[in-house]
Structure formats: structure tokens, C-alpha cells
Design a protein around this ligand. Sequence first.
Ligand SMILES: [Zn+2]
Ligand SMILES: [Zn+2]
Ligand SMILES: [Zn+2]
Ligand SMILES: [Zn+2]
Ligand SMILES: [Zn+2]
Ligand SMILES: [Zn+2]
Length: 442
Amino acid sequence: MLNSVEDCCIQQENEILALEAIYPQDFTYTENKENPSRYEGSLTIQISLPHEIMICFIDDKNLISDLPLKVRHLPPVKLIFSMPSNYPMEDCLQFELECYWMQRDWIRRLEKRLLKIWEEERDVILFRFAEFLQNNALDYLQVSYPLRIYDDNVGQTTLKALLSTYDQQAKNQDFVNDHFTCGICLEEKHGDKCYRLDSCQHVFCQVCLREYFMMLIQEGFVIQVKCPDPGCKSPNKLAKEEITEIVGHEMSQRYTELLEKQKLETDPLVTYCPRKICQAPVKKESAIERLCVCTKCTFAFCWFCQRTWHGANVPCAINNIKKIVQEYLAADEATKSTLELRYGTKNIEKLVRDTLEEMETDKWIKSNAQKCPQCETAIEKSMGCNHMLCTRCKTHFCYLCGSWIDPEEPYNHFNASNSSCNQRLFDGVNVDEFVADEFIFV
Ligand SMILES: [Zn+2]
Ligand SMILES: [Zn+2]
Ligand SMILES: [Zn+2]
Ligand SMILES: [Zn+2]
Ligand SMILES: [Zn+2]
Ligand SMILES: [Zn+2]
């Protein structure tokens, strides 16, 4: 008996040394020679999962209480033990399992199974226990997936939050210990020198990603600040926290400012104060509104013609309107709807109608009439020679070139060799219809 106790003692010492070497971080023990159990301690055991698993959470009414969670890692099981003096030759290790996410019944079944293993082997058993828990526990329990876990919501933090946090930390640890080929410099880097983008999971080395994003922000290409992988399908912009993490606080601030500025620039309801010294962005409430008041300098101006506010009943200066209409008529559907948003659909339709009408008139005048150089009245020539007399202000002018003609010597214009209308008094006149130079002799 004495011999067997001494033997046990040696075997225990060896087992403790071996476990310390195998699990330097997960194994702890205390030694007390006065105790009936000389060694007491605990071993933390990671449960391997074959792949990512789904977990659904069941409440006390046996109903699914939350959205399922996908994890790659589950929190470990803790084996707490003490070694009786006759372990391992006579007695089994005294032990119990602790695992906060497992239901009581699972733990009891696992403990029973471990006891059975010892009974079969009657040897130092901690390593066997660890191996079993790590590789076979879930199979032994015959769990099915999604894994059903009871969450009684007793603690302040839900079980789901705990599992999710644990999984995230474990994944980060996996990442740091791994190696990756940076998509920018194409070099293989250790995980702790790399960064994985949240939305698409693409990995780049921290230095490359930082330099790339810094360059984009410095040059104002903030829209391009996204995953640099050319094949990346993720449409998501990076979260602000992510950008801060990569380029630092100051650059991230600059990024946000530029992004906001660009957003204003593409907002159809935003224009800029036309005063050169101000140029603050001005947003109007609705598309049909024409009056804008700069919030910075209080300058009131017209949205359409960008001049000082001229009152709702006074039409705008025409030049700007023509520009808007031309832009609208030449635009594709997308730009058209942006312009409609910007100026109001009704407004822009009216502008187009009015402008087209006006352009038609201009065209008609160009082919059928000539404007008086004095009063700009369009004078139609029905027949007769090209010497015209304005019916309104009695100015003499040339139908061909529109220039003023001296009433004293009206035909000099058609007889001077240096005139572009030399010998063209009857140009374009249908001779059969010719009756008289009525504009002169009526
Ligand atoms: Zn790189
Ligand atoms: Zn990507
Ligand atoms: Zn202003
Ligand atoms: Zn105006
Ligand atoms: Zn006239
Ligand atoms: Zn002429």
C-alpha cells in the first residue's frame, strides 16, 4: 500500500510536469504536501468545431428568443480537479466541469463519460480527458446544428453577446497568428502586420492600405476610399471607425469633411452663394422655389439666374435660362431627373417650352425677316428689293446684312465695291412677283 502511494505520487508529479509543458497557458495547479490531495488545479480546454456553426437561442418557454448567431469558436470548458493520494492507481481523479453556455444535462453526461474513460484505462488521465473534450465532446452529446443553447437571460449580458464577443476575439487571434498575401504589394505578411476589411474580408498589409487611403484622401478622391481589390464586389463604404483605424484620426476627419462636401455638390437642391467673397452652400426647401437666401451672408438671389433676387413676377435674365434648357435638352435620363429635382419639373418644362418657342421665332426671323438695326423690330419682306424701311421707326436698312443704310443715299450700300451687298439689291427676289419697291414708295 505504501509503495503504491509512492508510485502514485511519482506518476502525479510526472503528469503535472507533462501538462504544464503541453498547455503552458491553459493549465494551472497548486501543490500542497499536507493535503490529502497534493495537487489541485484546472485545465481550460478549447472545443474544436469542424466549421462555422449556427447557434439559436432558446428561452425559458422553449421558444427561439433571438436571431441565430454564426460562430467559428465556442468558449472553452474548464476541468477543475484534485488528485487523491491513490490516483491514478486506485482512485480516479476528482473533477468537475464548468462551462457557462452548456446546459446542466450536457455537463453531467460529459462528466459521466470521463469517469468511464478512467475506469477503462486506470492510468494518468488528464491528457486523455482534455483530448476527449476537445475533439469528441459535441459528437458524444450528439448535438445537431443549428446548436440549440438555452439563454435564461439571468446575467446582465446575454449569452449571445458573450458568445459573439468570444468568437470575435478568437477569430482576431487566428488572424494575428496567420499569414496573408497583401493584395497591394503582393508580399506575404504576418497577420499582426495586416488589416482585414470588415465588409468584404479582403486582407492587405497595414502599411500599403494606409498609404493608399492617405493618397486618395490627400488628392480628394474620397469616393475611391474603398477596398483596393480590383475584383471586390462589396458595394459597402468603409465605416468611419475603420478609416480612423487605418489612417488615423486627423486624416479620417479630413475624409469626412471632403465626403460631406461632395455630397452637397451632388445634391440637386444645393447651390452656392453667387457672391464671390462668400460662396457658401445654400440648400433650398423645394425644387419649385426660386428665391434663395444665403445662410452665411443673407444674400437673397434667384436660383435660376443666380442674380440678386428680382421678385417672383419678374422673369430671369435669359442667358442663364438658355444654358439650363440646353443642358436639359442634351441630358440623358438620369441627368434630366437630377435637373428636374434641381429646378422643379413644372418649372423646367415651362422653361423648355418658352425657350423653344423663342428659338422658333428667332429661326423664323432669320429666314423670313430682318431685325431693324435701330429698334430691333423684325421686318418681314414679302417682296421687293433688299432696301428696307422699318415700319416702326422709319430707319432704312439692308435686308441681306441687316446694316443701317443712309436714307440720303440708300443705294450706295448696293453699289459700293467694298460692300458685301454690292450688286445685290434684287438678290433673292422672285422676278415674276416683282411689282415695286413698296417699302420705299408706299
Ligand atoms: Zn502590402
Ligand atoms: Zn474587398
Ligand atoms: Zn453668401
Ligand atoms: Zn432669376
Ligand atoms: Zn426700327
Ligand atoms: Zn447689306
